[in-house]
Design a protein around this ligand. Structure first.
Ligand code: BG6
Length: 475
């Protein structure tokens, strides 16, 4: 079995990392807008420091980002030239409901996305929309403490109703929350949660996670009522956790680590809290307030497909003496002696993608969609402004091969592949511009300087060939 004929090749971005125009068209302020670039970003990421207002001493990369808000026609034209069948983007909640509390959606925000979707459809590009890619209106952060309050469920569903209704004829594929498991690791950037001194952090995070899970199920229900053709997916920051040795204690630790992530998808795909999670929450004394109908809502409204990001596998040991760590997608992991790393210390493991796909497919038996994958690297344009990013091509080639093996040799049902940051954009983890993933170079530096000019990298033509041959020509 080869890749399906209608395989959705494309690329992925998120509103707060590419759009800019953060006050344009009536847009409200979001949690992601108050995260500066530089050394102060991390305390915000850790949710340990309140920083609710922008000040003049910091640079906030989301405010302009790559200004896709004003360049989207040019950018989508370039995606079309590469042959994209699909473009994964996110809608900024604050463009539609600037504070989150308005009764009526902001027409200018809706019009912006309508025009963007029309632009995609003009080239036969299927939009894949993330409803919430880490962003929460700051107003809701301040008034309710974001997802810690059940009120957010109702407000999120209202937001979904507005976009489902308006875009029911233009968008078919939706993801309810980007990397839903990141709420445990990125509480502020990922979900607008801040933890006060002395509060029970885990209790707050799991209660907030429950609210997101219920919101996701209610959105799925509503989606089917509005358009039965809609396909709704969950989204996991994936990457299997390997055991450092064959010692059973290490193996057990790796199972526990994977469960921290599977927990969310187990609920979204199987429709109930898994037994191991119920026991673990009990042991930790975490008491989640579950609404009367919640169990029914979760059970009756499971997702249609499982989407995920994959950058690397992870590694764990039960032995505290084994502590050589390296960076990974948001949280650090043990260093795997068999793997090379990117300039940011993220380990490179193409076979790990096949392993992860098999685990997810075996566990859920639903179609998968790889909605993020890629290499963050420093690109240096030559004297003509051209970037020869052969290292990115190598990374992607090996991952695509592993992905095809999972389909052809293991029979995994895969809907598509949208590598991350198909056009250079702001890094979520560091706020940098120089950590680039794109096929398209954007002239802008870490301090915000640059012309914003777009140019094709070597990988642009390579990926075009890959798409045209449906993954057969990878040279
Ligand atoms: C994922 C996120 O965690 O990884 C993206 O969904 C993010 O928003 C991507 O940009 C890559 O991470 P980073 O930190 O290199 O931008």
């Amino acid at each position: 079995m080869a890749l399906r004929e209608d395989f959705l090749w494309g690329g992925a971005t998120a509103a707060n990392q590419c759009e800019g125009g953060y006050k344009d068209g009536g847009r409200g302020l979001a949690n992601v807008d108050v995260a500066p670039h530089g050394k102060d970003r991390f305390p915000v990421l850790a949710g340990k420091m309140k920083m609710f207002e922008c000040d003049d001493n910091h640079y906030y990369p989301s405010h302009e980002a790559i200004d896709m808000y004003h360049h989207y026609k040019e950018d989508i034209k370039l995606f079309a030239e590469m042959g994209f069948k699909c473009y994964r983007l996110s809608i900024a909640w604050t463009r539609i409901f600037p504070t989150g509390l308005e009764e009526v959606p902001n027409e200018e925000g809706l019009k912006f996305y309508e025009s963007l979707f029309d632009e995609c459809l003009k080239y036969g590009i299927e939009p894949l929309v993330t409803i919430c890619h880490f962003d929460v209106p700051m107003y809701l952060v301040e008034k309710y403490g974001a997802w810690r309050d059940r009120k957010l469920v109702e407000l999120y569903v209202k937001y979904c109703e507005a976009i489902f209704t308006r875009f029911k004829g233009k968008v078919k594929y939706w993801l309810t929350f980007n990397e839903i498991n990141m709420i445990l690791h990125l509480p502020f950037i990922g979900a607008g949660l801040y933890i006060e001194e002395g509060e029970n952090e885990e209790q707050i995070k799991y209660q907030a996670a429950h609210h997101q899970l219920v919101a996701s199920a209610l959105a799925t229900k509503l989606a089917k009522e509005i358009n039965p053709e809609f396909k709704i997916g969950c989204m996991l920051a994936a990457g299997n956790t390997y055991s450092y040795t064959c010692h059973p204690n290490d193996v057990w630790k790796s199972i526990e680590k994977d469960r921290e992530n599977y927990f969310f998808i187990d609920v979204q795909s199987r429709g109930e809290y898994p037994a191991y999670a119920i026991k673990e929450l009990e042991r930790k004394g975490i008491n989640i307030l579950i609404g009367e109908d919640d169990k029914k809502i979760l059970k009756e409204n499971t997702v249609d497909f499982i989407s995920f990001s994959y950058y690397s596998s992870r590694l764990t040991s039960a032995d505290p003496k084994v502590d050589a760590q390296t960076e990974g997608n948001v949280f650090a992991t043990l260093k795997n002696p068999y793997l090379d790393s990117s300039e940011w210390g993220w380990q490179i493991d193409p076979l790990g993608l096949r392993i992860t796909m098999n685990s997810l497919y075996d566990r859920y038996q639903k179609p998968l969609f790889i909605v993020e994958n890629g290499l963050g690297a420093v690109d240096t344009p030559d004297e003509n402004g051209y970037v020869n990013d052969y290292y990115r091509i190598d990374y992607l080639r090996e991952h695509i091969k592993a992905m095809i093996d999972a389909v052809e040799l293991d029979g995994v049902d895969l809907l598509g592949y949208t590598p991350w940051g198909c056009i250079d954009l702001v890094s979520a983890g560091t706020g940098e511009m120089k950590k680039r993933y794109g096929f398209i170079y954007v002239d802008k530096d870490n301090g915000g300087k640059g012309t914003l000019k777009r140019s094709k990298k070597k990988s642009f033509d390579w990926y075009k060939k890959v798409i045209a041959s449906n993954g057969k020509d990878l040279d």
